[in-house]
Design a protein around this ligand. Structure first.
Ligand SMILES: NC(=O)c1ccc[n+]([C@@H]2O[C@H](COP(=O)([O-])OP(=O)(O)OC[C@H]3O[C@@H](n4cnc5c(N)ncnc54)[C@H](O)[C@@H]3O)[C@@H](O)[C@H]2O)c1
Length: 388
């Protein structure tokens, strides 16, 4: 059996260029081909890679490359589904960048196509699942260590972006080009983690602000309230217009309060479960006694995207379980779609989301758009490693 999987990358922009460097850190992966509709994109590759890989400007020839076994799809979101399906039709394993598509109905189209190719490995690039803090958090929650969750609060406002970022590509932050703003580009990571850690809510009520901080036509601030079937609730707050911004996940549970912030996990553990204390305590204000627990998070020694790519290679070579199967990518997307729909229509949205109604709303936004992008500078953002 081969010991290396021959990979290709389609879309050599900010992220695709990044992946061309990530693959160098993985012993069982070899980059053999790249594709971009803009031939200038190949100049973004380092000299060693540029000299080694075959460069294509049309996806059909790229997918027909006989050596290619797996592809990473790193083009703007609207093209993810068609290209992922085309890759599978050509017998290639796929990694689809986040979000797997722009809206739920398209994600369903991709997932139905996946079912036709059970022998191919299909992953989403939900790289934040690999961060040790998130792995630890998931273990703690799944083990029942927190008891029943009562309330979740995620403030994720560290996704600051400048106007120059939005101006760098004509697809960015438009309904037709990107299908949304912070919920479609930056937050897919946290939206996925929300569902990965806590499951899907059954109701979403959100406020979204369009172009509050930037000259764009999509949302750059969101304040959402979620309700789960078991009665727990959540608040999810995000923005690309705030600095320095906050990334704080607070979980109030029966057994105490867990906070993930500044790379630390702090658990204030109740000696008695909250519901028991409410029922049985004698004094009117007596909270449970607590213990302060510092939970050690192992160091992130490996680059997060490289872990996903290596996992896919291992899945192909030896059947390793996927960290982020593409089919799971629909859930965070659905959550973001529900927030946008609730905010734009000013209505509570119940889940499962009506994918056709969402697609109709989005098509309406595209059809009635009056927004004109002043400039697409095409200036690439260089090192993005501080922004993942
Ligand atoms: N996982 C992460 O941490 C992460 C981080 C950044 C971006 N992304 C995702 O990567 C994708 C690309 O984002 P980006 O910031 O690199 O965009 P970008 O604009 O910098 O690059 C996109 C590239 O795709 C090329 N392209 C466009 N349409 C194409 C097509 N049909 N066929 C071939 N090439 C095509 C463009 O010419 C460009 O070079 C997005 O979906 C984004 O959400 C993921």
């Amino acid at each position: 059996m081969a010991d290396k999987v021959k990979f290709g990358i389609i879309g050599i922009g900010n992220m695709g260029r990044g992946h061309s460097l990530h693959v160098k850190k993985i012993s069982n992966v070899e980059l053999v081909a790249v594709c971009d509709i803009d031939p200038k994109a190949f100049d973004r590759l380092d000299a060693e890679t540029r000299a080694k890989v075959r460069c294509y400007t049309d996806s059909e020839s790229f997918f027909n490359d006989p050596e290619l076994e797996a592809v990473i799809i790193a083009v703007p979101h609207y093209f993810h589904v068609d290209l992922a399906i085309a890759a599978m039709e050509h017998g290639k394993h796929v990694i689809v960048e986040k979000p797997i598509s722009v809206h739920k109905a398209e994600a369903e189209r991709l997932i139905s196509a996946c079912a036709k190719y059970p022998d191919l490995v299909r992953s989403a690039m939900l790289n934040q699942r690999t961060l040790q803090a998130h792995v630890k958090l998931k273990k703690l929650i799944d083990s029942g260590g927190l008891g029943k969750i009562i309330r979740i609060n995620w403030i994720i406002t560290t996704w600051f972006r400048t106007q120059s970022y939005y101006d760098s590509g004509d697809w960015r932050a438009t309904w037709a080009g990107e299908g949304g703003g912070v919920l479609l580009n930056q937050c897919p990571h946290q939206l996925d983690l929300m569902q990965w850690l806590f499951g899907m809510p059954e109701k979403v009520i959100a406020q979204v602000k369009i172009a509050k901080y930037h000259d764009i036509e999509v949302e750059d601030e969101v304040n959402a309230y979620l309700e789960y079937a078991d009665g727990s609730i959540a608040n999810f707050i995000t923005s690309t217009g705030e600095a320095p911004g906050t990334n704080r996940l607070e979980i109030a549970a029966e057994r105490g309060r867990l906070v993930l912030e500044d790379g630390e996990l702090r658990f204030t553990r109740n000696e008695v479960e909250v519901s028991t204390q409410i029922k049985e305590a004698v004094g009117g204000f007596a909270k449970p006694e607590t213990w302060e627990c510092k939970i050690n998070i192992p160091e992130d020694v490996r680059q997060q995207h490289a872990i996903i790519i290596e996992n896919v290679a291992n899945a192909i070579l030896k059947g390793e379980k996927l960290i982020a199967p593409v089919e799971e990518g629909i859930r965070g997307l659905e959550l973001g779609n529900a927030m946008l729909m609730s905010g734009l229509k000013n209505i509570p949205v119940t889940l499962p989301l009506d994918g056709a109604a969402y697609a109709e709303m989005l098509n309406g936004l595209i059809a009635t758009s009056k927004y004109l992008k002043k400039s697409a500078t095409g200036v690439h953002q260089g090192d993005m490693s501080s922004t993942y």
